[in-house]
Design a protein around this ligand. Structure first.
Ligand code: PLP
Length: 393
């Protein structure tokens, strides 16, 4: 049976090959250090587990409204007011099956065939595929490493065509960890206004910031930008709840209504029990969130220091998320490898350290390392990479 064209156009996940290889080596009994993870390594906080158990015991195990239980939508409205001084009504919120499905549904309701979405590279792997699945066309713009991987106003302008409908802003970013300042967002926001673009603001790493710089959302900058921004967020990264699959989108009422209608025919609703867990996440103290953030911050400092001492490796210091995205081109070339993909593959084979090549994120000279793992693992990984480079020079 021939598969639909939309599936044939999908790019297989670049992380898959390396993950499969790492798994194979582990099964053979090798001591593999995996730095590919896109999820916090902490348990979900206890008070969230308790809330979900209570929900189950009390029979909250049935369908819910497609857009999410009203209590959770209200808690999200309160969170946005508390954290970002943003005012939304509950019908501007949809709770989704993870932030990923919020994005997926948004592109489905937004794009007609051929509509373009500007995606700054390096980008999170799912953006281009989701745009393509909705019939749209991803338009990539390379944000320069010497500009900390940030898109500039001129770059955004040059990517615009009459078909451009939206731009994706992911701050802090996966995979680079960079974060836009208010001024930088204001400059990009001017283009969004001039060109009448929707801004898709993926803020999933909002709570994982390791500098004094405040997190700023495009929606906070002006009434115009508030109206043209859809914020995407969720509990996966902030509360270590990746498996619960709870995210949300907020913004323009008509868009949220269309998304809710779409969700009613696809997921029906996000898992009821998980919604009660997320409700506890948003209505309790953030002590646990801060504890996890502090642990990430410590690991970042230690690992960054070790990594940047390696010959041929340079790295923009991330401000948020839990990834490092060093440029290893020089190290790869000096070691005689064809390219960075080859460097990554051989590193796994010889030293049993699994990284993700940057090619899948639109940056061929870089690799992504996640520090969502123990300090011991990070120390050991840095030693092994050092040995690997030394052995090949
Ligand atoms: N956006 C970015 C930038 C991410 O890195 C991820 C997860 O890796 C998501 C969205 C999706 O998160 P969720 O687990 O809520 O679907």
């Amino acid at each position: 049976m021939e598969l639909a064209q939309r599936v044939q156009a999908l790019t297989p996940s670049s992380t898959l090959a390396i993950t499969a290889k790492a798994k194979e080596l582990k099964q053979e009994g090798h001591d593999v250090i995996g730095l590919g993870a896109g999820e916090p390594d902490f348990n979900t906080p206890q008070y969230i587990l308790e809330a979900a158990k209570k929900a189950m015991d009390e029979g909250m195990t049935k369908y819910t409204p497609s857009g999410g239980i009203p209590e959770l939508r209200k808690a999200i409205v309160d969170k946005l007011k508390r954290d970002q001084d943003l005012t939304y009504e509950e019908d501007q919120v949809i709770v989704t099956t993870g932030a990923k499905h919020a994005l997926f549904t948004l592109f489905q309701v937004l794009l007609n065939p051929g509509d373009e979405v500007v995606i700054p590279a390096p980008y999170w792997v799912s953006y281009p595929e989701q745009v393509k699945l909705a019939g749209g066309k991803p338009v990539f713009v390379s944000a320069e490493e010497n500009n900390d991987f940030k898109l500039t106003k001129d770059q955004l302008k040059s990517a615009i065509s009459p078909k451009t409908k939206a731009v994706i802003i992911n701050s802090p970013s996966n995979p680079t960890g960079m974060m836009y300042s208010r001024e930088e967002l204001e400059a990009l926001g001017e283009v969004a206004k001039e060109e009448d673009l929707l801004v898709v603001s993926d803020e999933i790493y909002e709570k994982l910031i390791y500098t004094e710089d405040p997190h700023v959302s495009m929606a906070q900058l002006s009434e115009d930008l508030y109206n043209r921004t859809i914020i995407i967020n969720g509990v996966s990264k902030s509360h270590s709840m990746t498996g619960w699959r709870i995210g949300y989108a907020v913004g323009d009422k008509a868009i949220i209504k269309a998304m809710t209608s779409m969700a009613s025919h696809s997921t029906s609703n996000p898992t009821s029990i998980a919604q009660y867990g997320a409700l506890a996440a948003y209505t309790n103290s953030e002590e646990e969130v801060e504890r996890m953030r502090d642990a990430f911050s410590e690991r970042l400092d230690a690992f960054y220091e070790k990594l940047t001492r390696l010959p041929g490796v340079s790295c923009v210091k991330p401000k948020g998320a839990f990834y490092l995205f060093p440029n290893v081109k020089e190290a790869a070339v000096n070691c005689g490898f064809r390219d960075v993909d080859d460097f990554v593959k051989t590193l796994l084979e010889e030293e049993k350290v699994a990284l993700v090549p940057g090619s899948g994120f639109g940056a061929e000279e870089n690799v992504r390392l996640s520090y969502a793992t123990s300090m011991d693992n990070l120390d050991e990984a840095a030693e092994r990479i050092k040995t690997f480079i030394e052995n090949h020079q």
